[in-house]
Design a protein around this ligand. Structure first.
Ligand code: TYD
Length: 137
């Protein structure tokens, strides 16, 4: 899989009415089953989250509020997605480096993960990730 197809946009439905906001996302269980949920918020100015790759874990990033950048690499090229539209979630396949940067003060990112937390699934050094990618090909 290449850097252009590793991210899929998923439409979040907006059911907002006079009572307030309500948003939903249907997940196709043929492609993704949720075993873990976590969220990131109150990230300081210039702080970077992520900075790792997962060997097998797939994730869906759901912007709840605010703006932030999702930066992806395949070990050679980079892609920067500025997330400022709370009507789109981003499904990221395993095997790609990711960084989350430039969080606005009010940014909240909900993350759905396809597996339980496992430190052995992480690659936390970019050099190591590049070597891992070459061996995977
Ligand atoms: P880390 O992977 O550094 O977070 P980020 O991807 O945002 O940079 O995780 C920070 C700490 O939280 C680390 O000690 C592992 C722990 N953690 C869990 O215990 N469960 C989880 O689901 C996640 C994502 C992290």
């Amino acid at each position: 899989m290449d850097i252009n197809s590793c991210i899929r946009e998923l439409k979040i439905s907006n059911h907002t009415d006079s009572r307030g906001g309500l948003f939903s996302l249907e997940i196709d269980e043929r492609y993704f089953s949720v075993l873990r949920v976590y969220y990131i918020k109150k990230v300081g100015l210039n702080e970077i989250r992520g900075s790792h790759a997962h060997k097998t874990l797939s994730q869906i990033f759901i912007p709840i509020s605010g703006t932030f950048d999702l930066i992806i690499s395949d070990g050679e090229s980079w892609r920067n997605i500025t997330i400022q539209d709370c009507n789109i979630a981003y499904a990221l396949s395993a095997g790609f480096w990711r960084e989350l940067r430039n969080f606005s003060e009010d940014a909240i990112c909900l993350v759905l993960a396809s597996d339980h937390y496992d430190e052995n699934d992480y690659i936390r050094s970019y050099d190591e990730f590049q070597t891992w990618r070459k061996n995977e090909k």
